[in-house]
Design a binder for this molecule. Sequence first.
Ligand SMILES: [Zn+2]
Length: 557
Amino acid sequence: MSWTVGFSALASGISAEEPILALLAPRLQTGGLAGEPGYVPTVIVQDFFDFSLYLDIDQADLEVWYAVPAPAAHRVSRPVVLAGDKMGTLLAKNADVLVTMDGHRRELKNAGLFARDGMIEKVGPTAELPATADLVLDLRGHILLPGLVNCHHHLDQLLTRNLTAGQNTNLFPWLQAHYRVWASRTPEDTRAAALVGCAELALSGCTTVFDHAYVFQNGCKVDDQITAAAELGVRFAVSRGSMSLGQSKGGLPPDDCVESEEAILKDSIRVIETYHDPAPGSMLQIVLGPCSPFSVTADLMRESAKMARHYGVHLHTHLCETLDEERYTLQHKELRPVAYMEALDWVGKDVWYAHAVHVNDAEIRLFATKGAGICHCPSSNMRLASGIAPLTKYRDAGVRTGLGVDGSASNDGSNLLIEVREAMLLARLKMGLLPPEGPQTVLSTSDPLRAKEWLTAREALEIATIGGASVLGRSDIGSLEPGKCADFFTLDLNAIAYAGGLSDPVAAVVFCAPTGARQTVVGGRLIVQDGEIATIDMAPVIREHNRNAARLAALDV
Ligand SMILES: [Zn+2]
């Protein structure tokens, strides 16, 4: 077996690619260098463990960030570190405010946390933390928050942001303008797109990325996204999604954009068995994600659910996104979308849906009773004129609720902190509408009887952190507590955007215009340092990605 291994030597002060490659080259027993100009170097080796022994490192600062099989066949888990085989300790101290999102929703002043090997050991006032660590972050003037959890995205759509043909349409014609372009992308296109998307998310404070990948043509495999996410360093969950119902069989996508169900199910087994890591602290989990009621068959939905439950992986799909979808299931299945899901055994605690805009009260109660979760995607819903999801009703009913940027072609951005703000604003807009679009009342929004309807800044942050963790079925992320992953981000409270708003710094993060993360840490590792991606030189990736996007935009498909 051969392995692709990515390195970082940032801690040693070696930041350019050349010295690192020069350091590694004489030590390679087999294989060749595969680093691309400007990227964190990668090498291909035949046996990773022999290689790591061979490398064994008096260069104690040289770390292996990831080791993934090339082409396939092993599990990616926590980043492997050569030096002493541990990630060391991290001390974040002196944060003006630290938001824990723990059970008491504590907010601590002049505080920080101490982590070892990627897991938090202590959270508290700086004076009560250990005095030093291998990596120390002095966060004076900053707020420290749990890493945001993104519950719905399509990283490959970074290639078609702002495509002219899809600028002014709702979902169905928008999809029809994009399907063939997405199906034309290559594995190399996908890699650059996923790097850009994960980087953009990390710069907005996101530490866990779920990617709903579902278009696999032209040699593309979900392995492309997996490798890129590992390279960037985010915690990752990804669907082996699918489309199987082409136009000739009554579906929306063109026939040449869908796969056979036999191939989908076979590859789903491969992907789960190769990659899924359910352990606490896992860096990679697999989800099965048939795309939508109008692009897969009932058989594939049922078989996917059976397979997911056999392997203990979760299920995800788009649901109740538009009224067109509702008309589709009523016409083709004689059921509303949620009733259709129920008929397919697709309402349960191992399932979450993207959007869930057009639901009635009984359907919300069903989600709550059966434990199904939803991912709210405010920008996408506004951009495509899909409607406004009943976010506060979901929360009141006890439905697990998370937040997602959705695909970068229906949002044109991958900034999760913007979504936090928009979730709050959109819930308030819905509150102000009249029946039947708004709440079943004509009482003024200032009426005390409606006081509880106001979605607060803290509730919006809760949805994006601990809420998202719950939607993904994870209890090891979403809050800053001993025993949880050291996933967090910081914002500079001296930024112009917050000036004058610091009587309540936590609410300022949501009410004021979003700023970029100064530091983003995933599993105790710096992914964003001083407002820049620290793991990869992004400039050449952006250039390559722009070339790829221009090529796809020029296609006549
Ligand atoms: Zn989507």
